[in-house]
Design a binder for this molecule. Sequence first.
Ligand code: G6P
Length: 466
Amino acid sequence: MSRLIVVSNRVNPPHAAGEETVGGLAMALSAALREYSGLWFGWSGKTVPAFTGALDIQTQDGVTTAVVDLEEADLDEYYNGYANKTLWPLFHYRTDLAAYDRVYGEGYTRVNKRFAETLAPLIEPDDLIWVHDYHLIPLARDLRNLGIKNRIGFFLHVPWPARQVFTTLPGHALLAQAMFDYDLVGFQTTEFLQAFEEYVLNEAGGSQPEPGRLKAFGRSLQVGAFPIGIDAPEFARMLKSAKARRMRDLMTAATVFRNLVIGVDRLDYSKGLEERFMGFERFLADNPDMRREVLMLQIAPVSRESVDAYQEIRGRLDALSGRINGEFSDVDWNPFRYVNKNYRRDELAGIYGAARVGLVTPLRDGMNLVAKEFVAAQNPDDPGVLILSRFAGAARQLRQALLVNPNSPEEIADALKRALAMDKAERIRRWSALFETVQREDVTAWRDAFVGALAEAKQRRAALAS
Ligand code: G6P
């Protein structure tokens, strides 16, 4: 079997089961690598005064990680800059927040080259290379320039935006062209795949010789949709752990005679938190008879704090959560708990298990694994209800959730009312179908589908023949 080299900006060395915190990508990749003799390469998360390319290689629980430090300027221009101030907002349809600064583009190009130069000596001829996410789109081009002929695949964890949005990016053609240095490119859903195809056909003058293959920029590329999932067997084990059970008991005790509504997200403007808070506020205003029966808990660990947009949204959410409690609390009771702390995954599993409603309403999301973990954590005899944004990639698979438009606090309020009033038979019916999907389309199925397709992808380094 070929060795698998996984490359991503963030590398999460294996933790003891359950210790990891939120952040879907790193969690899924450690699960994906566990059964492969492979290597996981990326940024250490640390900075040094000048880039050296020195690798820190460690093996733990069968997974070898190789990480490299970046420079201060790389952090500013590549990670905070082009990745998180340009591409992240753009790919999540926030063109109003996207910053276009030439220096960011240069930092992105420089860091991708540095990653390629550091990784290249570790690559053996038979290795399959799997690159992840928007931080690293040009990596295959840089590896090819260094003479690497291996099969290289790319998976985008975030949405690929509609052509009209993508073309607002200065230099969009160069970024799209870089995708054609891969052998296989995967998206979370057919919607994102179609948006990419539409760009290639109508903007880049490309063609589609057959389904799943695109030609453009003198190259040919295999493309597909590969929805990511959770590590279902591991999650089931975690649910039975002492930490998970203790947290479930704690939350059950804290909500006697009340229903728990749970939201868990990185504190990010793409997650629809303001609209969600307003939806809950609207629910409280519209349903005075149900008010005292509900507690909403929103866990939102802070994220990317050096980026202004993240500081601004944090301030707005602080104000909004204060307003909701100020308006509706009583001397012996308050409706809303907002927590910026990070929790272990086993503790979160316990919290999900105690909740009657999972409120997952991102404005845009590549997939959303919180939705899937919420489903996996439910008690089959008395399951909770998932309220899910129609703009999360997960909505394509989780059809039996209550699907809402996350921009509308009114729709969120109505869905909350419906979820809290739903009888047990309907809850069981909906949940059983969701659970079956989450179990079947899990992270192992995702990895095997992508790696299988990559292993078969025809080498097409030569220029287009026909
Ligand atoms: C999203 C992205 C990942 C990223 C994660 C956490 O899931 O798709 O690439 O790693 O958010 O964000 P951070 O900036 O902390 O790595």
